[in-house]
Write a protein that binds this ligand. Structure first.
Ligand SMILES: Cc1cc2nc3c(=O)[nH]c(=O)nc-3n(C[C@H](O)[C@H](O)[C@H](O)COP(=O)(O)OP(=O)(O)OC[C@H]3O[C@@H](n4cnc5c(N)ncnc54)[C@H](O)[C@@H]3O)c2cc1C
Length: 460
């Protein structure tokens, strides 16, 4: 019997993403050094030293077949992801949502990883980037030392420390009879414009001024740059302030009638297919219910569906479209993979799913196999494609939503929204499962054949 030392992977962070990354790599037969700084060094949001600690809600979102998170959950269960397997094993009743007993859930993840013979846990803060193949999954509260190293590696402008996001609207919920395309002062007509009369603006302004804000913890408090002030703060400064700022009507007369408006809100395309549009300059920390009410007072958005709510909080994340490819590798440093919030996703589930993919691809790299990207119809495939190709200017983290995948188009007397989403769910899951099968048989063939690039593996 010859024992050859297996190639090792470094994973930084044992949160949602790092836990699934370490698990996926170990399942490929790769030895993992997993660095987690808690409990010795902690973050302002975590309370324990357990892996995959749920810092706030205990829910992974709705599991219905018409729910975008439901599709991603099903994909991760099919893939054998650790976080979703732990969620399935520790569920508590929560209507249509997958919610867990948070302690049992974290214990499950921690015990599984600590017991894995290929995973070595290091309870220490990583202050340097991995020197070989690595997955960085240190999350929204990445320690300062590591954030500094990352910033040196990727360039200062491409590592954000806060999330000042505007609501993103589903394209099919916009009233295109009201919205008109035009760029300010005759520039390229890339924007959708939503025109206000004085009366409509007054109603909107009143609601905006009365809307309730999310009250951040002290450590979440932000000092706003003048270019990034929340829309409700602009309203607080005066009736005209929003319309002299992001709602400025100048240069946006109607292209057909020539009409001038009292104020104009603008929507900018978020994805190549135009399924998602963000409200320009509307970064907001309003509570979600109030946010929806205010948005629906904008002409053309009366039936708006928000696919991603605006938030204002501390968040460490990379400008994914500038830096990452869809395999989650850094384009300039392909031995380093990024996962979770740091990669530009939002949510426990999305973080764990990108962790699984980053761990899979990092392991494949060590095994001499080509990296993989799930199919476009799947939620994970759509999410990582979005990260790699989204508009880089003002990029904000994204969650699983139906704006990412191709949902069958609305047709007169055709199936309703729920049925069309259920169709997309089935297509996405089928595509993902058959892709998994192909990947696994390909990976197995690579290992069994012992390709020349294959790294040392245990041989009997
Ligand atoms: C306060 C807050 C509340 C949130 N609430 C929710 C919610 O209710 N629902 C939801 O879906 N999402 C929520 N999120 C967003 C996000 O989904 C979670 O933060 C999620 O846990 C992110 O997964 P992650 O793996 O990227 O980061 P984390 O789960 O935070 O994991 C990162 C890990 O890396 C460790 N680490 C950091 N730096 C180092 C280092 N240098 N060396 C070693 N280890 C390090 C940390 O200790 C941590 O364990 C919240 C975020 C925050 C900040």
């Amino acid at each position: 019997m010859t024992i050859v030392r297996p190639a090792r992977l470094t994973v930084i962070g044992a949160g949602m993403a790092g836990s699934d990354a370490a698990w996926a790599a170990a399942q490929h037969g790769v030895a993992v050094d997993l660095f987690e700084m808690r409990p010795a060094t902690t973050t302002p949001a975590h309370r324990t030293g357990n892996f995959a600690e749920l810092v706030c809600s205990n829910s992974f979102g709705g599991e219905a077949r018409s729910n975008a998170k439901g599709l991603l959950q099903a994909e991760m269960l099919a893939a054998g992801g650790l976080v979703m397997s732990a969620a399935a094993a520790t569920r508590v009743p929560a209507g249509g949502a997958v919610a867990v007993d948070r302690e049992r859930f974290s214990d499950f993840v921690t015990d599984t990883l600590r017991r894995h013979p290929l995973i070595t846990v290091h309870t220490e803060e990583a202050t340097e980037l991995p020197s070989g193949v690595g997955v960085i999954a240190s999350g929204p509260l990445t320690s300062d030392a590591l954030a500094a190293r990352l910033r040196e590696r990727v360039g200062e402008p491409f590592l954000g420390f806060y999330d000042a996001a505007a609501p993103v609207i589903a394209g099919e919920s916009i009233d295109h009879g009201v919205a008109y395309r035009k760029g300010r002062y005759g520039q390229a007509a890339d924007y959708l414009n939503l025109p206000f009369s004085r009366a409509r603006y007054e109603r909107f302004y009143e609601a905006l001024s009365a809307a309730r804000r999310h009250l951040p913890h002290a450590w979440e408090e932000l000092e706003f740059f003048e270019g990034c002030v929340p829309i409700e703060e602009l309203a607080r400064r005066g009736f005209d302030t929003p319309r002299f700022g992001p709602m400025k009507p100048v240069g946006l007369e109607h292209p057909v009638t020539g009409e001038r408006f009292f104020a104009v809100a603008q929507l900018r395309q978020e994805d190549a297919a135009g399924r998602m549009w963000s409200l320009v300059g509307f970064q907001t920390g309003l509570k979600w219910g109030d946010q929806l009410e205010v948005v629906r007072l904008i002409p053309g958005l009366e039936r708006a569906e928000i696919v991603r709510y605006g938030v204002m909080h501390r968040n460490t994340y990379l400008c994914a479209p500038r830096l990452l490819d869809a395999t989650l590798a850094l384009r300039e440093h392909p031995e380093l993979f990024i996962a979770g919030v740091l990669a530009g996703t939002e949510g426990y589930l999305e973080s764990s799913a990108t962790g699984w993919l980053a761990g899979t691809n990092a392991a494949r790299r060590l095994l001499g196999l080509p990296p993989v990207v799930p199919p476009e119809a799947s939620m994970l495939g759509a999410l990582v494609r979005f990260l790699a190709t989204a508009e880089a200017e003002g990029f904000q983290p994204m969650n699983a939503n139906w704006g990412l995948v191709p949902v069958p188009a609305k047709q007169r007397r055709g199936p309703g929204k729920r049925e069309r989403r259920e169709q997309a769910y089935q297509q996405g899951l089928d595509a993902f499962v058959s892709w998994l099968g192909e990947m696994r048989s390909g990976a197995a063939a690579g290992l069994v054949a012992g390709t020349p690039e294959a790294p040392p593996v245990r041989q009997v």
